[in-house]
Each structure stands twice: as C-alpha cells, then as structure tokens.
Design a protein around this ligand. Structure first.
Ligand SMILES: Cc1ncc(COP(=O)(O)O)c(C=O)c1O
Length: 426
C-alpha cells in the first residue's frame, strides 16, 4: 500500500495525526507538583494507557482497530457530504457550500467517533468501566452509547443545571445503563466540600471534571475519559476530515474555506486537521473557527499556560485562555463555554493558520432557525455558530463577486436542545 494513500475505501483504515505536520512541536504539558505528587503522573494513571501513548505519538498515521472500524460502519460512517444548493440559492451567493453531516450518527453528534475508540481501548485494557463529565450532554450520551456497546459500566458526572435542561438526553443515557450523577454530588470529597458550602450549587463543567477525576483516583478499576481538547480525541475525530477529502474528490472540488464551531476544538481539529498539509502549501485555503461570545478564547483570549479546570486539579497546558476563573454567562451553548481549549487548536491560531470569529447566541440561533426552515433539521446550538460563519463568508463572497468552495462541519442535531431555541426567542 502507498503510505500516503491510506484510505482503501470510504471509511479510512488509519486516523490522521496532525502532530506529525504541525510546523512546530506541540507545546509540552507542564507538571505541577503538589502534596499528592506529580499531576502528570496522576492523570496518566487514571487515564487509559493507549490514549496516553496516542497523545505523545507524532507518527502521521495510526491504524484504526478493526473492531472500531466495524462500529464506525454500523453507526453509518461515512456520513454524507451534502451540497447545500438550497442554502446557496437562499443566500444568493455563487459560493458552493458543502455540509458534512455528523448529526446523522445515532446519538446525534460527532462525539461518537472518539467515544467508540475510547470504549474499545478500555475494554482491551481490562477496565471495569468509564467515568466522565458532561455539560450539554452530547459527550455523556456518546460515551453511554459506546460503553454499552462494549459492555462496560459508565458513570457520568453531569453539571446539575445542564442536566435539568436536558431531561430526554438524561433518560436516553439511563436507558443505555449509565449511572447519571448530579454534580456537585455526595460521591466525592470535592462534591461534598462544595455542597457543604453551598447546598444549592448548580455546578459547573470544572466541578464535574474535578469530581470525575477524584472518583477515579479513589476507584482505580474505572478509567477517566475526556470528550475534547486532548490530542487523542482530535486523532479519532480525523475520520471526519479524511472522509471529507475523499468525498470532495467525488464532487470534483477543492475547498477554499473550511468552517467548524469550536469549544474544546475536537470537531474543528478532526474536520480541518487533515487539510493542514494542503494549508501549509496553499495559504489561500482558509481554516475557520466559529466560537461563542460567551467564551471568546480564540478571538480575545491570551496565549499562555493555564489549568484545564477551574478547580486547578490538572497540569498546565498552553493554549488561548480567558483565565481558569472565567465564568461564562449562562447561555445554552454548553459545548462552547470553556475558558481554554485544545493545545493543537491554540498552536494553529498562534501560528496564524486559523481564523476565528465569535457569535452571540441570538446570531447563532437565528442562523440555525434559517437552516431548519430550509432543510427541516434542527442544528445543535454549537453547530448554529458554524452555520452563522458559513452565512457570513458566503455573503462576503457574494459582495466580492467570488465563488469559493465552502465546506462546513455540521457537528450535531439539536432536537433535544429545543429549550435553547425557545428561550432565545423570548
Ligand atoms: C454538537 C456539538 N458540536 C460541537 C461541540 C464542541 O466541541 P468541540 O469543540 O470539542 O468540537 C459540542 C460539545 O459539546 C457539541 O455537543
């Protein structure tokens, strides 16, 4: 097989590792030594060994295990690449717009691509079960699906306020056998400490991360898994971009603009990452991150080392940050409300390889509603940000009489996020 031609049919045989092609090595994680010793060592211990190795790997291609590939096929990969002609016509643009439909996966979002891989490795390494945190719930649901498929236990620390807003997603997880724990909880020392100070605490993603980490530290038969930010998550998500490359060839197209929404950065990294080699040869190719004004890291944040969680339990990573004590306003874009994000995305931005735009939730939901009206499908609140960026760039092309090929990652379905749509109407 030609080493640069790893795709033998429509589902790739190999994941693409962006670390191989980054113009500079990924900034190293800085350790913090506290009374419990080295934080890096502690985190490595509670995570899966294979995923720790994948984070350190700089080889360009990583074989997708057969069982994972088989599951990708069962969930409907490759997902379609839609030419959005109705959208183009509505906007009156000569841009050609393509939409990668990750919302069609069984749990409604791209998160399943990494959840399946992580559950597979957990089974291989003999873990009893997996523990994670979730905000809006797309990751918690994907992890529940994957744990169930690989017959593993699953425990999800769910931010209390978000859990109340997403009752059906909670029910779905429970149906798959997951134990849902309202966070802050009485299950961990951290939860107990927070509840003793504020029994009515709504929780936050940072608190849920802290609880999941402390639970696994005390129960080592479980492993702690994450749904974004880390290099191994972007690696697994590269199936999105690799499929898109092949599908664009079928349309006889070369992209000019690639757009995805950005929270921790995993759908953006997985979708646009495989185009990095092309971007380094052709500066005209534009990679675009659509973020929320509720947490505008890439547009207004500072590039510096910071903790991943407001509880400051993690080691330090270099990326754009708003400060670990930043409290985003309570908007419904759960997946985009982080104070910092992926080191890979941070480096791309720092090297001027990535543009970023921030939108408020009214702008985003208006774009989502327009798309729903045209296509009859409901974009996830996070996805609405990518749609807004797509509209703006298509209209810019119209103004400048250009005909770019715009490709957007449609990261998820928002049918269970309807309360967000309704509340913004008020
Ligand atoms: C549907 C959807 N899209 C996008 C995101 C943002 O995540 P990331 O930045 O890791 O792609 C999330 C995160 O929860 C999500 O649920």
């Amino acid at each position: 097989m030609n080493p640069d031609q790893k795709i033998t049919n429509t589902i790739p045989d190999y994941w693409y590792n962006i670390q191989h092609d980054l113009p500079e090595p990924l900034p190293t994680v800085k350790d913090v030594i506290d009374e419990g010793g080295s934080r890096i060592e502690r985190m490595n211990k509670i995570r899966l060994q294979t995923l720790n190795e994948q984070d350190a790997n700089t080889e360009k291609w990583v074989k997708i295990p057969d069982e994972v590939r088989q599951k990708y096929s069962e969930i409907g990969r490759p997902t379609p690449l839609l030419r959005a002609t109705k959208f183009e016509k509505y906007l009156g643009t000569n841009a050609r717009i393509y939409i990668k439909r990750e919302d069609l996966l069984p749990t409604h979002s791209f998160k399943l691509n990494s959840a399946i891989a992580q559950a597979y490795y957990a089974k291989e390494e003999g873990a009893k079960g997996l523990v994670t945190e979730t905000g809006a719930g797309q990751w918690g649901l994907a992890m529940s699906w994957a744990a169930n498929a690989f017959e593993l236990e699953c425990k999800v620390f769910w931010v209390k306020i978000s859990r109340k807003q997403k009752p059906y997603r909670v029910d779905w997880c429970k149906l798959l056998g997951t134990e849902i724990i309202d966070s802050p909880s009485e299950h961990t020392w951290l939860g107990k400490e927070i509840l003793s100070k504020d029994p009515d605490s709504y929780g936050s993603l940072g608190i849920s991360i802290g609880e999941a980490i402390s639970f696994v530290s005390e129960n080592p038969q479980y492993k702690y898994v994450s749904g974004s930010n880390l290099p191994h998550v972007l690696l697994h998500q590269s199936v999105i971009g690799l499929e898109t490359i092949e599908q664009l060839k079928l349309y006889n197209e070369e992209p000019n603009i690639l757009i995805a929404c950005c929270g921790g950065g995993s759908n953006l990294g997985g979708f646009a990452g495989p185009f990095l080699e092309e971007k380094l040869k052709n500066d005209q190719l534009r990679l675009i991150a659509a973020e929320s004004t509720a947490a505008p890291r890439l547009t207004t944040g500072e590039y510096k080392y910071d903790y991943a969680d407001p509880g400051r339990l993690s080691p330090l990573t270099l990326s754009y940050t708003l400060g670990n004590d930043y409290m985003p306003p309570p908007v419904h874009v759960g997946g985009l409300r982080q104070h910092n994000g992926s080191t890979v995305i941070g480096l791309l931005r720092h090297l001027n390889l990535l543009e970023a735009y921030a939108y408020d939730q009214k702008q985003a939901f208006d774009a989502g509603k327009l798309f729903a009206k045209l296509y009859g499908i409901i974009p996830a609140p996070e996805t609405c940000h990518a749609i807004k960026a797509t509209i703006d760039l298509a209209l810019e092309a119209k103004k400048n009489k250009k005909k770019p090929v715009i490709v957007m990652c449609y990261s998820g379905n928002g049918i269970l996020d309807f309360e967000g749509y309704k509340s913004v109407n008020k």
